[in-house]
Design a protein around this ligand. Structure first.
Ligand code: NDP
Ligand SMILES: CC(C)=CCC[C@@H](C)[C@H]1CC[C@H]2C3=C(CC[C@]12C)[C@@]1(C)CCC(=O)[C@@H](C)[C@@H]1CC3
Length: 341
């Protein structure tokens, strides 16, 4: 039976590069691009079909930052497919990023310069906002929408007869210190991106604990620093082009400067080729590129303890209940309003 692979945020950057690589590996796949902007999704589909004319590429409308859209999209997936083999949770945002220039130059002169270039620890802040569901936008997009999608697709993902995989595009910017269990949405801080990625690392550990026995396996990757719309939001693309020689020089000291989306997708693609039982549920798989341009994948233990992932999982379940109830009552109010008019 053909394998079904869904990729969120597949219309650009690392997600699109992954799709290209997956089709090069297996053109028989049923590949579903789950995107919020259907025009961009169509363009991505057309680009993929140019190089893989016989491929089966479906489009799915999914705004992972809107809970109504996630529920509708999950319903659509359940009518289209009988199982999902791979669900790549790749869509992500980093709104209004600010680089702390002072910290950058201070870090440059310190012993932690290499670490600073690979994690951006202490360098980046963002300005988040509330979305239409009343959730913090970064949390909703990078974490909660994906959580809800997994929950809704459980009948297709948790089947005893076969194994399914979810793969999170996390980041080496994920940091324990940015996350608080008392404020899982990061309403009060200035590092919502780092917090949401740390939460995805924990959620993956919790999913493995709870769902491996039902045939669902979760993995986490970091693509390295990649030139995409996300990084062009931090520093304009002409500036990246200007400093490209410096970037290649830095690659001599840290192989985390993968730079191209193709290289960044290495760990996502590598995981596609692995047996889930051979993977470490507590590892983050890093895409790396050597100074000579060789791509490879290296696992690194995540900074996650045994108990906290379960606490986060329980909090997300609570929030899921709350959000679903709210959507239902809004729906009923809407119906009543329509009947009145
Ligand atoms: N670039 C980098 O250096 C790194 C990136 N990452 C992660 O990689 C992932 C991919 O990002 P990258 O390729 O770099 O950046 P891009 O901006 O190119 O890709 C992000 C994708 O996510 C989609 N997306 C954003 N918000 C939503 C939403 N609400 N619903 C559905 N889709 C959405 C975007 O769609 P649209 O075109 O409509 O905006 C786009 O397709 C992200 O999770 C990011 O955090 C991690 C580490 C480093
Ligand atoms: C490269 C030079 C000379 C200057 C650029 C300085 C910063 C803009 C840059 C240094 C480390 C980068 C970095 C990211 C963004 C841009 C930097 C802060 C990320 C946070 C991008 C998104 C991620 O998820 C991380 C893996 C990146 C970590 C490194």
């Amino acid at each position: 039976m053909e394998r079904v692979v869904i990729v969120t945020g597949a219309n650009s950057g690392i997600g699109l590069a992954l799709c290209e690589r997956l089709l090069t590996e297996d053109v028989q796949l049923r590949l579903c691009l789950a995107c919020r902007n259907m025009q961009r999704a169509e363009a991505a589909r057309a680009a993929l079909l140019t190089s893989h004319a016989d491929a089966h590429v479906d489009l799915l409308h999914l705004d992972v930052g809107s809970m109504k859209s996630v529920l509708d999209a999950a319903q659509e997936v359940k009518t289209r497919y009988r199982k999902v083999d791979f669900l790549y949770l790749n869509a992500g945002i980093m709104p209004n990023p600010q680089v702390n220039i002072g910290a950058f130059f201070k870090g440059l002169l310190s012993r932690n310069a290499i670490r600073m270039f690979s994690t951006a620890e202490g360098l980046l802040t963002q300005q988040d906002r509330l979305n239409a569901d009343g959730l913090q936008e970064v949390f909703a997009t990078n974490l909660f929408g994906h959580f809800l999608l997994i929950r809704e697709l459980e009948p297709l993902l948790c089947q005893s007869s076969h194994t399914s995989r979810v793969v999170w595009t996390s980041s080496s910017n994920a940091s324990h210190s940015a996350f608080s269990m008392e404020d899982i949405q990061h309403r009060n801080g200035t590092e919502p991106y780092s917090s949401s990625k740390y939460a995805s690392d924990m959620l993956s550990v919790a999913l493995n604990r709870q769902k491996n026995s039902q045939g669902l396996f979760s993995s986490v990757i970091c693509p390295g620093l990649v030139m995409t719309n996300l990084t062009y939001g931090i520093v304009p693309s002409f500036f990246w082009t200007l400093i490209m020689p410096i970037m290649y020089l830095i690659r001599v000291f840290t192989n985390t400067f993968t730079i191209s989306p193709y290289n960044g997708a290495e760990a996502l693609f590598w995981l596609f080729l692995q047996k889930p039982e051979s993977l470490d549920p507590r590892a983050k798989y890093h895409s790396l590129t050597s100074a000579l341009g060789r791509n490879y994948v290296q696992p690194q233990q995540m900074d996650v303890d045994n108990e906290t992932p379960e606490v986060l999982f329980a909090k997300l379940l609570e929030l899921e209940n709350f959000v679903k109830k709210k959507l239902k009552s809004e729906h009923l109010d809407g119906d009543a309003h329509q009947r009145k008019n």
